[in-house]
Design a protein around this ligand. Sequence first.
Ligand code: HEC
Length: 115
Amino acid sequence: MLKYLFIFFCLPVSLKIAAQKPSTRIERGKTLAKKCIDCHSSTPTALADPLKGIRKKRTADYIHSLIKNPMRFADENKTAKKVFAKRKLQMPPFPELSKDDIKAILDYFDGLPKK
Ligand code: HEC
């Protein structure tokens, strides 16, 4: 009987925690995205293209390597070389971002409304 009582009380709590996860993730992405938005905004005068939908165009490996070390990656990868040549501007490296951080950032950008 005690066991059932335990489940009865714990289930709503754990469901609530599970339900909170996506929004806290977006919040974390929003905070981290402040590092990117100065250049990657959706205004016409932005220094770089918006990041919304970037995962449809580029692979995860491409995105991770580029963010960790844009200069070296532009030397190694033809697409990245073209992308940076278009803007004639080098992106700063963000070696401190984990794969999960990058995912949170891109989830945040993908959730932004279209302008
Ligand atoms: C100082 C300006 C600047 C900042 C800050 C910056 N970027 Fe960039 N980024 C660029 C430029 C310039 C390019 C190349 C041109 C373009 O994509 O329009 C670029 C390209 C990229 C690309 C490749 C786009 C493609 O089409 O292949 C990704 C992915 C990217 N940035 C992610 C990020 C993320 C994530 C952050 C924040 C952690 C960030 N950038 C911060 C300037 C910046």
